[in-house]
Design a protein around this ligand. Structure first.
Ligand SMILES: Cc1cc2nc3c(=O)[nH]c(=O)nc-3n(C[C@H](O)[C@H](O)[C@H](O)COP(=O)(O)O)c2cc1C
Length: 177
C-alpha cells in the first residue's frame, strides 16, 4: 500500500509521532509519504494513496488550523478510504482526563466533516525548556490541573509508543483487508 501521513505540530512532538508511524508503516513493507500540514500543498492527490493517517496536537482545546483545513478540504476522499486520526494532547495522558481529549476530537470531527475510521488519543509532551512565558503559564496550569507535574519541573514525555505501534498495526491490517 501507499500510505500518506499528514501531521500538524506546534512544538515538535506530533512530528516525532508522525515519523514513528512512518517507520512502523515502512517496516511492515508499505510505501509511505510524510507531509507537514502547514507546508503541504492542499492539492496533494489522495488518489495516489490507499490509506491516510492525519495527526495533530491540541493547544487551547483546538487542533492546528492547518490540520483542520486539510481534513475539511479532503473530507470526502478521506471518508472513502481507510483513514485514521491521531490526536496528541496532555489530556490524553490520563484516564480521568481522556473524556476531555475525546471532546477535542468530537469537535474536530464536527467541524471538518471527516469521520475517521479509527482514532487514537495519544499523550503528548511538556517542554518547559522551550516555552516562552505565555506557553509556560498555560502548560503549568494544564499540568497542575491534571496532576501531571514532573518532580523536577522539567521536560517530560507522556507518549505511549507501544499503544501507537498497536494502533498502527491494527490500522494497516484493517486497511489491507
Ligand atoms: C500553549 C499550550 C496550550 C496547550 N493546550 C492544551 C489543551 O488545551 N489541552 C491539552 O490536553 N493539552 C494542551 N497542551 C499540551 C499539548 O497538546 C502537548 O504539549 C503536545 O505534546 C503538543 O504537541 P506538539 O509538540 O506536536 O505541538 C498545550 C500545550 C501548550 C504549549
Amino acid at each position: 500500500m501507499n500510505v500518506l501521513i499528514v501531521y500538524g505540530t506546534t512544538e515538535g512532538q506530533t512530528r516525532k509521532v508522525a515519523e514513528h508511524v512512518a517507520k512502523d508503516v515502512s517496516d511492515r513493507g508499505h510505501a509511505v509519504e510524510v507531509l507537514d500540514a502547514a507546508e503541504s500543498d492542499a492539492n496533494v492527490d489522495l488518489n495516489d494513496f490507499q490509506a491516510v493517517v492525519l495527526a495533530g496536537s491540541v493547544h487551547q482545546e483546538q487542533h492546528q488550523k492547518a490540520v483542520k483545513n486539510f481534513a475539511t478540504a479532503h473530507s470526502e476522499q478521506l471518508d472513502s478510504c481507510p483513514s485514521a486520526f491521531i490526536s496528541v494532547s496532555l489530556s490524553a495522558a490520563l484516564e480521568e482526563t481522556r473524556p476531555e481529549a475525546q471532546r477535542y476530537v468530537d469537535q474536530f470531527v464536527e467541524l471538518t466533516g471527516w469521520q475517521p475510521r479509527m482514532t487514537l488519543l495519544l499523550g503528548g509532551a511538556v517542554r518547559f525548556t522551550e516555552y516562552d512565558y505565555f506557553q509556560e503559564q498555560v502548560v503549568k496550569f494544564i499540568v497542575m490541573k491534571r496532576g501531571l507535574a514532573a518532580e523536577d519541573g522539567g521536560d517530560r514525555e507522556f507518549t505511549d509508543w507501544s499503544a501507537l505501534d498497536a494502533f498502527v498495526d491494527e490500522f494497516l491490517e484493517r486497511a489491507a483487508s
